[in-house]
Design a binder for this molecule. Structure first.
Ligand SMILES: Nc1ncnc2c1ncn2[C@@H]1O[C@H](COP(=O)(O)OP(=O)(O)OP(=O)(O)O)[C@@H](O)[C@H]1O
Ligand SMILES: [Mg+2]
Length: 663
């Protein structure tokens, strides 16, 4: 387990009722620490310590825990014997889940239950009284594997929507009610929910990821980077779940990336439109009541895919934050958690992703804005690649990332053009440089299939928000499918069976009006309607229900940033951005699941300003040799000979000495 799972800090309201159910004493604390402890008799207690006050203890007996809103950081503990209810709120959802899991395991992970039985309790009590020692409490020991296995076995004994001490009487009835409720809600039983394998919660953070998590939970403003697949977004999800929900705003530069971390787009949050207006106008826009309130409530701003946030936009929102919050500290005192890889896609300059770039403005990247240096306290680089396990492929990708291609890389990548990556009726997804190309491929392939088109219409909680949902959620509002359509899965359904976000499949038949998909690993899955939730800028939730599929004959490279994809084919002749070829190639898990039709070293280049930034990143305080860049060379490969040789030197230095963490 990653953090201390027997401790939780959150807001706590306590309420006692008398014997006839009338509410008596009430206490409310904005911050209190809950700790799982044992006394000398090995009985379990939850100790609640409000800030600067004495602790209160509640015996874990006849406990009901309601945790339907666990993912929002809320839970209710009902201590029946003590007639007291604790309402927990603003708990970091991940920490709350581990805390509840630890309670569950400690209460159930022992033969006969870990609470001592009455006879042994009486005996221990006698011994304790005879000894004359005062009562003492100690923290529970870390959860053992045996306790975990035993507790899992007992998961079926849980009562309706709760974690409770198992009692043989009524267990059957409770199980019946639980099943009935599951059926009605289409959800998993309470205890199983604590162990569900549809999310990546079971994966452990690496040591380098833990270090970043610790910096973020300690309140520091952090930028962390790393090559594609080093688990930046994965870590970001953990960071979000380790922070209190109140005041934590998760955003990303693109809708797809925002959806991967369960957040909203940075533009939707900021409330200044595209940020193209004058500074004065942006301040006016952000001062509108709804927008101003979200800025004032924000304590921690998280931004994924920071490489695609425009430098001028970043500078403007920094000024907006100071102005609205009437706070002169950088970003108005908001903690920033930024992550991304500047050697992947840069900010889109104008119009559609497919449009050709116009002349680059002065501050294209965030790191070029004056706000960057003042706002970031710690920087980290993740080095362990998780998406690919083949060291040869990882090495090739590391070279491509900095725009370095040698003959052996060219030969190896060109050789993929002939390999067969299809299987089980699943064709390769074509990654296109331009969005329009990808859309027309999907439309024409679907038209060309025989059979009837079936429309799957999304059910949105707020019909007026359909456009917002379209921008932020990959699941389309209208999805047309036919048997034999090539599709991609848009949710983690079952990680251990390979039914993960990005898995490629083909529709094999329709069953009760729902598509049945066969995946590359031969697994068949009858799609159910899944739910996506996005948080609007004002903090409310809007949802979309839709089958978790999207047509997958083709995607644009821009829409694929952040994804892990099975089985991809690409033609890179039309790439127009630094880092675009690297993004396309790094979506694949292995060299065996990729086909590059026309590989040419010219299609791969890194932005020299970014390379320079990364050099400075590594040697933050040391003086660096600037590469002379003419206005023409801002985003393209430097044509100038001197610049080229300086660039070659820079790449060499970056590849030979991996970047290090600086904090
Ligand atoms: N500690 C870990 N243990 C196991 N798997 C991990 C770990 N960290 C990340 N992964 C897996 O690695 C894959 C890539 O992770 P992720 O998408 O977060 O990378 P990324 O750095 O955000 O990549 P990109 O730059 O392309 O957005 C995912 O399948 C993720 O589940
Ligand atoms: Mg990512």
């Amino acid at each position: 387990m990653d953090l201390n799972d027997a401790v939780l800090t959150c807001a706590v309201n306590m309420q006692w009722t008398n014997a006839v159910g009338i509410t008596g004493r009430k206490l409310a604390y904005k911050t209190a620490t809950l700790r799982l402890v044992r006394n000398d008799l090995r009985e379990l207690f939850v100790e609640v310590t409000p800030e600067k006050l004495k602790p209160l203890k509640f015996k874990l007996k006849d406990l009901m825990v309601h945790k339907k809103f666990m993912s929002e950081g809320k839970a209710t503990f009902n201590f029946k014997a003590e007639n007291c209810t604790l309402y927990l709120s603003n708990a970091p959802p991940g920490t709350l889940m581990f805390f509840l899991r630890t309670i569950f395991i400690k209460m159930n992970g022992n033969e006969g239950g870990s609470q001592p039985d009455d006879a042994s309790l009486q005996k221990k009590l006698r011994e304790h009284l005879m000894s004359g020692k005062p009562s003492s409490f100690e923290d529970v020991s870390p959860v053992t594997t045996t306790e975990m296995i035993l507790a899992r076995k007992k998961a079926g004994l849980l009562s309706k929507g709760s974690v409770t001490t198992p009692s043989p009487q009524g267990a059957k009835k409770r199980r019946f009610e639980e099943l009935k409720e599951e059926k009605e809600r289409g959800t998993m039983p309470a205890a199983k929910k604590l162990y569900q394998s549809t999310t990546d919660e079971s994966l452990r953070l690496s040591e380098e990821q833990m270090e970043v998590l610790r910096a973020c939970t300690s309140g520091k403003s952090v930028f962390f980077t790393g090559s594609a697949g080093t688990g930046k977004s994965f870590l970001l999800r953990r960071i979000i779940s380790a922070l209190p929900p109140d005041g934590t705003v998760a955003t990303a530069s693109t809708g797809v990336a925002a959806c991967l971390i369960g957040g909203t787009t940075l533009h939707a949050f900021a409330g200044i439109g595209g940020g193209d207006a004058t500074m004065q106008r942006c301040l006016e826009l952000a001062s509108r009541p709804a927008s101003a309130q979200t800025w004032r409530k924000c304590k921690r701003l998280i931004i994924d895919e920071i490489s695609m946030v425009d430098g001028q936009f970043f500078e403007k929102i920094e000024a907006v934050a100071r102005h609205i919050r009437r706070n002169d500290r950088p970003f108005g005192g908001i903690q920033l958690i930024l992550c991304g890889d500047f050697l992947q896609l840069p900010p889109v300059i104008k119009g559609d992703f497919g449009a050709a770039p116009t002349a680059a403005p002065q501050q294209r990247f965030c790191f070029q804005s004056s706000a960057w240096e003042t706002c970031i306290q710690c920087v980290y680089e993740l080095k362990q690649v998780h998406r690919q396990s083949d060291p040869e492929f990882v090495k090739i990708l590391n070279h491509l990332r900095i725009g370095h291609v040698n003959d052996s890389i060219t030969t190896r990548l060109a050789a993929t053009s002939k390999q067969k990556i299809e299987g089980n009726g699943i064709l390769a997804t074509q990654l296109c440089s331009h969005t329009n190309d990808a859309n027309s491929i999907n439309e024409s392939k679907l038209e060309n299939l025989g059979g009837d088109k079936i429309l799957f219409k999304a059910d949105d909680s707020d019909a007026s928000m359909t456009n917002t949902l379209d921008q932020q959620i990959q699941a389309p509002s209208q999805l047309y499918l036919k048997v034999n359509a090539q599709v991609m899965l848009l949710k983690n359904i079952n990680i251990s069976n390979g039914l993960v976000n990005g898995a490629r499949g083909v529709v094999v038949r329709m069953e009760k009006d729902l598509p049945v998909v066969r995946f590359k690993n031969n697994q068949e899955y009858v799609c159910k309607h899944e739910k996506w939730i996005i948080k609007t800028a004002s903090g409310s939730h809007i949802t979309r229900r839709q089958v978790p599929l999207k047509l997958a004959w083709a995607f644009s490279i821009h829409k694929s940033q952040g994804l892990t994809l099975d089985c991809v084919e690409m033609s890179l002749s039309k790439v127009f951005e630094a880092g675009q070829a690297y993004v396309a190639l790094s979506r694949a898990k292995s060299l065996q699941s990729i086909r590059i039709l026309d590989f040419d070293a010219k299609q791969v280049w890194a932005n020299p300003q970014v390379l320079q930034f990364y050099k400075g990143f590594r040697r933050k305080l040391m003086d660096t040799t600037m590469i002379p860049l003419g206005p023409k060379n801002k985003d393209k490969k430097p044509a100038d000979k001197a610049a080229n040789s300086a660039l070659a030197k820079l790449k060499k230095s970056l590849i030979n000495k991996p970047l290090v963490s600086i904090s």
